[in-house]
Design a protein. Structure first.
Length: 110
């Protein structure tokens, strides 16, 4: 559901900064989003029914549990991918500046 748009958006953002590979990056992002969405559509009935039979939860509760697990799994994968991009970005800019230390982000809390 929601992770489809985030992954596609991150791919479009990545394509913005890599104009030489723009087409393949956008197509890959769209294919990934379509596959994640299709997998959700194909498994939601079976998996929520399985959760309901194993746990004894009502139908809506098992459906909600499946959504949380599905979105949580792909959200975690997306988080890891964004962290990899961030680390690569920081490493590239640290080598441009001639320093080996990572930048500390200011969260604004004092």
């Amino acid at each position: 559901m929601f992770q489809d748009r985030s992954d596609c958006t991150s791919r479009v953002s990545l394509a913005k900064f890599n104009p030489g590979n723009r087409g393949p990056i956008v197509v890959k992002g769209l294919i990934i989003a379509a596959l994640i969405h299709a997998t959700y559509n194909a498994t939601v009935g079976i998996a929520s029914g399985l959760i309901q039979s194993v746990t004894g939860l009502p139908e809506f509760a098992s459906f909600f549990v499946y959504i949380l697990l599905y979105v949580g799994f792909f959200g975690f994968l997306l988080y890891r991918k964004i962290k990899q991009y961030r680390d690569a970005y920081l490493a590239a800019h640290a080598s441009e500046n001639g320093t080996n230390e990572e930048r500390v982000l200011d969260t604004g809390s004092k």
